[in-house]
Design a protein around this ligand. Structure first.
Ligand code: SF4
Length: 345
């Protein structure tokens, strides 16, 4: 069942009244409605695409402390940007932010959806968010929260991305597009949550088909997840938690990032042989296993066996490099080993 067009003005008004009363106070919501700081909106949207708001808030504060303006971001070396991005995943996004900041400083801050879409790495969601929140352009955002809220209101179990965008466009308030977008984002994040929607507190329950069904959490139907592929790899920790041999990785496993020297154990080969090849490449000897860490990436579960060793190339300060969470987990093994040795003495 589709919400009637005649209902839309009342649904918008209810959402906006709720947002004016209960909207979240977030650090990137600086500036009046429809005139938010575009730099903050942009950075926050790129960050929040891959992290929860609570954690994103910490990363956002850290990133803004390092690069308070788009000029500061454009002028920074890419290594410093990657370092500030540490823990946020998907480093390609940090690289694109940096490249786009350079374009903005050279050509000026875009003020339209089309202008933002033309920047490196800016997709439809981010462009719609910045254009509506910072410049008052009537563009509806469409992400996971929006998809869930609209699927429930309309009682749609299998919403396609085209369907979601069309319903979001219908619902957008031309007079307050930024506020309407923020209202739907906030409703999805705080009230219409995935598992336990709080329908009695919801401003749009009177129009919600999922609420009427008595099973609101059944909408939309769960997506069929792609199979997770298991990847085995070995890493050699030459040095310690402060100074270690670090390499720029190539290939699909965290390619482009600095990290402990690592080799993927190819299908049908033995871990010992891969480790021996890695040690020979580095001119190092293996002293023993430190332990195993696992890390989930998109569609991949990585199991990394970390070994200690001696010799090999020059050590570098670990604190200066942008490391993945996988590497931090590997360094944690070294720390745990030191603590247990200390406890035995
Ligand atoms: S009534 Fe319930 S299911 Fe419907 S939009 Fe509100 S919180 Fe979500």
């Amino acid at each position: 069942m589709t919400l009637s067009p005649a209902d839309l003005p009342a649904v918008r008004a209810a959402l906006l009244a709720w947002f004016d009363r209960a909207g979240r106070d977030l650090p990137w919501r600086v500036g009046a409605e429809g005139k938010r700081d575009p730099y903050r909106v942009w950075v926050s949207e790129v960050l929040l695409q891959q992290t929860q708001v609570a954690r994103g808030r910490v990363y956002f504060e850290r990133f803004l402390a390092a690069f308070p303006t788009v000029e500061a971001l454009a002028a920074a070396p890419i290594e410093a940007v990657l370092k500030a991005w540490e823990g946020c995943g998907y480093y390609a996004r940090a690289r694109n932010l940096h490249r786009a900041a350079g374009v903005i400083v050279r050509e000026g801050m875009p003020t339209t959806y089309g202008g933002w879409r033309a920047l490196p790495g800016v997709g439809p969601y981010t462009a719609a968010a910045v254009a509506s929140l910072a410049f008052g352009e009537a563009r509806a955002v469409s992400d996971g929260n929006v998809r869930r809220v609209l699927a429930r209101i309309h009682g749609e179990r299998q919403p396609t991305s085209i369907w979601v965008q069309a319903r979001a466009d219908d619902l957008l308030d031309p007079a307050r597009p930024g506020a309407l977008n923020e209202a739907v984002m906030d409703l999805g994040a705080t009230v219409c949550t995935p598992k336990n929607p709080r329908c009695p507190e919801c401003p749009v329950s009177a129009w919600c088909a999922a609420f009427r069904s008595g099973e609101p959490a059944a909408f939309p139907a769960p997506k069929v997840r792609a199979a997770v592929r298991e990847v085995r790899a070995v890493a050699l920790l030459l040095g310690d938690e402060k100074e270690a041999v670090l390499e720029r990785r190539e290939g699909t496993l965290l390619g482009g990032l600095m990290g402990l020297p690592t080799e993927v154990v190819a299908e049908g080969t033995r871990e010992e042989d891969t480790l021996a090849r890695l040690a020979a490449r580095l001119g190092a000897t293996v002293t023993g296993e430190l332990g195993r860490v696992t890390h989930t990436m998109t569609h991949r579960l990585v199991t990394l066996t970390v070994y200690g060793g001696q010799g090999g190339p020059e050590r570098r300060p670990v604190a200066d490099a942008a490391l993945s969470r996988l590497d931090h987990k590997a360094l944690e093994l070294w720390r745990a080993r030191q603590e247990s040795l200390f406890a035995e003495v």
